[in-house]
Design a binder for this molecule. Structure first.
Ligand code: FES
Length: 144
């Protein structure tokens, strides 16, 4: 079996699929390798991600990893969401085929892009040290 049961489950029944009206932050990233696009919407209250939804024009692995990523950051503090790595998401899904690992990067980058957007709209808040300045897809080593 190429894909784990968890990957198939999240692909067939994606959690938190959709958009959030009046989102506090929106992150949009593209995958340079395949051209797929991911959009992440966050609701944030007092430093906690209270709601998250995603939309993607992407492959099954991108859908499954984003679905899992939204579950992993929902209800969590911003600092914790910034620590989310694509590897942790892949592990939570019991793995992905090697040639699909790059798809998981979309989810991680979309979360970070949304948080960059959040702090751009809230200059009064102190930025967490782990917040990247920007998402530079072409610099990313994951896609190789
Ligand atoms: Fe594009 Fe998977 S092939 S994200």
């Amino acid at each position: 079996m190429l894909y784990s049961e968890k990957v198939m489950d999240h692909f067939r029944n994606p959690r938190n699929l959709g958009t959030i009206d009046n989102a506090d932050a929106i992150g949009e990233v593209g995958n340079a390798k395949c051209g797929d696009i991911m959009k992440m919407y966050l609701k944030i209250e007092n430093g906690i991600i209270t709601d998250v939804k995603f939309n993607t024009f992407g492959c099954g692995s991108a859908i499954a990893t984003s679905s899992m990523a939204t579950e992993m950051i929902k209800g969590k503090p911003i600092e914790e969401a910034l620590q989310l790595s694509n590897r942790a998401v892949v592990e939570a899904l019991d793995g992905l085929p090697a040639h699909k690992i790059h798809c998981s990067v979309l989810a991680e980058e979309a979360v970070k892009a949304a948080l960059i957007d959040y702090y751009a709209h809230h200059p009064e808040l102190e930025k967490p040290a782990a917040l990247p300045e920007a998402i530079h897809c072409e610099d990313c080593a994951h896609c190789g």
